[in-house]
Design a protein around this ligand. Structure first.
Ligand code: NDP
Length: 337
């Protein structure tokens, strides 16, 4: 049993030395427990927050403890009445080959699922985040302009595709020509702008001739600076993530632009609302899953996975995710079966 633990708390950008690969015996399930074999491990930006001991909405991973993470797993041994050997499940197995569970929070995926790893992307947490944030907070209307960054990524790609289904003009932002081409040609966004282009802010303005009605905030930083002057009266901003700042160790140097932000919010009657998707599973997940499963089956929503082979590659893939090196939803293939 291999497992990757938090070796040190990163200061700024995480490095390989912040993780440690350990080998232990495969654990045996006690009464009412199941032993789960990890097939796919999801890597997500929120894990950067768990590596720090700053106050947040969830407790940090302890030093020397296994890194947390969503997994698709197969039941390897079961002393639990609800689970049979061979069942495919969605669980929080973390960065390891095997995990024990008492069944709490473990969801059966059924035998008919065509792409089990989609439970970690379009049909799981990132897809749900896009759906809930855009529709419930963003409230897009046909003809409006929706802007989303990390547009080829797990959340952003789904945000833009749903906005297209709702009849919006959709402007994506991504890094590099290849991602931008994919966002337009395959995902069907109207335009995609390279955030690393020196003329990025000007190009964004040209791409939004009627201003911005919904800005789905995935990144913060320089992208938000470019969006702010383009916001229309009554614009909605679901605040989902601020990945541009996750490795920061201090606030950026001045000038203090808080008064500018506050005055735009006031004079343009902007709604800016943060959300943490964990809060909404009990009430909204079933509806999301039904509708999104239909869209995926009908080919109306596409998903690109950035598959990484081998648990030992997880630290490097995670470091790359924070730097924008991923192209699609990052999933580690830990075992074939
Ligand atoms: P992605 O698959 O989109 O990967 C992250 C992407 O972020 C990178 O590929 C890169 O895209 C972009 N990025 C990295 N650094 C910067 C930067 N400095 N400026 C602009 N863009 C940058 O990840 P997810 O879809 O999983 O997550 C997207 C966001 O949603 C994150 O902020 C995450 O924390 C948040 N989130 C929030 C949830 C919630 O409950 N509120 C739940 C799930 C996710 P590129 O290089 O192409 O620009």
């Amino acid at each position: 049993n291999r497992r990757i633990v938090l070796n040190a708390r990163p200061v700024g950008v995480p490095t390989a030395e912040d993780f440690r690969l350990e080998r232990t015996a495969v654990p045996a399930p006690a009464d009412s427990q199941v032993l789960l074999r990890t097939l796919y491990l999801s890597l997500d930006p929120y894990m950067r927050g768990r590596m720090s001991d700053r106050p947040s909405y969830a407790p940090p991973v302890e030093l020397d403890a296994v890194m947390v993470g969503g997994t698709v797993s197969r039941v390897e041994a079961s002393n639990h009445a609800d689970f049979q050997v061979g069942d495919l499940v969605l669980n929080e197995g973390g960065w390891q080959d095997y995990a024990l569970s008492d069944g709490n929070g473990v969801m059966k995926l059924g035998s008919k699922i065509s792409h089990p790893s989609y439970a970690l992307s379009v049909l799981g947490m990132p897809g749900f985040t896009a759906y809930y944030g855009l529709l419930t907070i963003g409230k897009p209307k046909a003809g409006e302009t929706v802007v989303v960054a990390s547009a080829s990524g797990a959340v952003g790609s789904v945000v833009g595709q749903i906005a297209k289904l709702k009849g919006c003009r959709v402007v994506g932002i991504a890094s590099g020509e290849e991602k931008c081409r994919y966002v337009v040609d395959t995902l069907g966004f109207d335009v995609c702008i390279d955030r690393r282009d020196p003329a990025f802010a000007e190009k964004l303005a040209v791409a939004c001739p009627g201003g911005i009605d919904v800005y789905f905030e995935n990144v913060g930083g320089a992208v938000f600076d470019a969006v702010l002057p383009l916001l229309n009266n009554g614009a909605r901003i679901p605040v989902c993530g601020l990945i541009a700042n996750y490795n920061d160790t201090a606030l950026p140097p001045g000038p203090n632009r808080l008064p500018l932000l506050a005055s735009v919010i006031l004079t343009k009657r902007i709604t800016m609302q943060g959300f943490i998707i964990l809060d909404h599973y009990a009430t909204e997940f079933a509806g999301f899953f039904r509708e999104m499963s239909g869209w995926v089956a009908e080919g109306k929503v596409q998903i690109r996975e950035d598959l990484v082979d081998g648990l030992e590659q997880a630290p490097q893939a995670f470091i790359g995710l924070l730097a924008g090196e991923n192209f699609g939803k990052v999933v580690v293939r830990v075992a074939d079966r």
